[in-house]
Structures are given as C-alpha cells and as structure tokens.
Design a protein around this ligand. Structure first.
Ligand SMILES: Nc1nc2c(ncn2[C@@H]2O[C@H](COP(=O)(O)OP(=O)(O)OP(=O)(O)O)[C@@H](O)[C@H]2O)c(=O)[nH]1
Ligand SMILES: [Mg+2]
Length: 199
C-alpha cells in the first residue's frame, strides 16, 4: 500500500526518494523499451514542478509561488529508463464549504481574484489564535488577551505604521502582511487543517 513520503522538493537527493518508491510499485519497468513513467499531480502551487526540477537536476520546468504556473502537461526524459510528466494544478469541481475555500486561498492555491485578502487574513488569524497563539504573539509582539482577529490585524497595521490616506489603518495592507508571513513560513511549523478536523 502507498504511504505518504515527506520530502523537500527542492533537493535532488530528497526527490530521488520518490523514484525509489515508484520503482518498488512498478519493478518490471526498468529499461528503454518499458521505461518507468510518472506523472506529478496535485492542487495548484504545491511544488509539483519543483519536484520535477529536483529530479532533473536543473530548472527545466517553470516554477513560482503562484497558482497556475504550469499551463499544460509536459514530458521530461530524466533518463532512458525514466520519463516524468509535469501537469497543471487541478482543483475539484466544486469547493463545497467557505472554510475549504479560505484554506485554499490562504495557502495560495487559488488565484488572487477568486477571494478577498481581508477575509483570508481574518480566517488565518482566527485559526492561529485557536491553535498557535504563541506563534502570533512571538512574531508581532501584540497582547492577545481578549483580542479577536479583526482587532489583531488592525493592531499590526497600527504597529507597522500602515495607514491609508485618511489616517485610518490600511487594513488590506496589514491583512496581506499576515498572509504573506504565513506563506513564507514565518509562524514556524503550523498546520491549519489536521486529520482530526476531517473525521
Ligand atoms: N519551502 C519549500 N518550498 C517549496 C517546496 N517545493 C516547492 N516550493 C515552492 O513552492 C512554490 C510553488 O512551486 P511550483 O513547483 O511552481 O508548484 P506547482 O505545484 O508546480 O504549481 P502550479 O504549476 O502552479 O500548479 C515555489 O515558490 C517553490 O519554490 C519545498 O519542498 N519547500
Ligand atoms: Mg507547476
């Protein structure tokens, strides 16, 4: 049975671990007549093309931190015995709950025009206040007692001097800042969704 294999996609050695697992799944596909053929699939912006570049040892596939970078399926010959296909990110046909949509938005899996950054930031901060309050107070040095997500984001804007023309806090800029900090891993190792949330 297949199991999850944690890797850092940018590292060639790590990416090679995938090949070893795939070879076990298809031990008869070992030569140029019957090469091992893999396809990398997943939701947008999770690192599919990066894994491929790791395996190739060079940046042949375009990879960047935004969804829908890969536009079509592309074939790459790693060697005579190994062919890999990169593919565009796929989404299931219907995002059935608001929470799922916000999780996808916060994790940069859907285009910026499909969501509101302020909603995404409020959702993110609510989750962080529930699960990882210390990560928030450590990063922004803001007192958490009795604070909600909106007040927290406003407080960040205040502290960082983010003001719009009328002098009010530029909430959108502060919202973008927290989402960017999360995406860059600046809250440490956090998970907004865990298995127990789903069962
Ligand atoms: N920290 C970290 N970043 C990664 C890793 N793998 C990929 N990334 C980054 O994630 C971003 C997306 O990588 P891509 O390889 O373009 O993702 P993709 O799944 O091909 O994206 P689409 O083609 O848009 O669906 C890039 O900024 C990568 O540098 C990883 O293992 N660790
Ligand atoms: Mg890609």
């Amino acid at each position: 049975m297949a199991s999850a294999l944690p890797i850092v996609g940018k590292s060639k050695q790590e990416a090679r671990k995938i090949i070893q697992q795939c070879q076990k799944l298809a031990p008869h596909r070992t030569d140029a007549i019957k090469p091992l053929r893999l396809i990398v699939t997943g939701v947008p912006n999770v690192g599919k093309s990066t894994i491929l570049n790791g395996l190739l040892g060079q940046a042949k596939a375009k990879a960047a931190d935004e969804p829908a970078v890969t536009k079509r399926i592309a074939r790459y010959e790693v060697s005579d015995q190994l062919i890999i296909y990169d593919s565009p990110g796929v989404m299931w046909p219907k995002v059935d709950t608001v929470e799922t949509g916000l999780l996808l938005a916060v994790n940069n899996a859907i285009g910026v025009n499909a969501y509101n950054i302020e909603d995404a930031a409020i959702f993110l901060i609510q989750k962080m206040l529930e699960r990882y309050p210390e990560a928030l107070s450590d990063r922004y040095k803001i007192e958490l007692e009795g604070i909600d997500a909106v007040a927290f984001i406003e407080s960040i804007g205040n502290k960082r001097g983010m003001r719009s023309r009328g002098g009010n806090v530029d909430f959108e800029r502060a919202a973008q800042l927290v989402v960017t900090d999360y995406r860059h891993g600046r809250f440490g190792r956090v998970s907004l969704q865990i298995v127990n949330d789903l069962i």
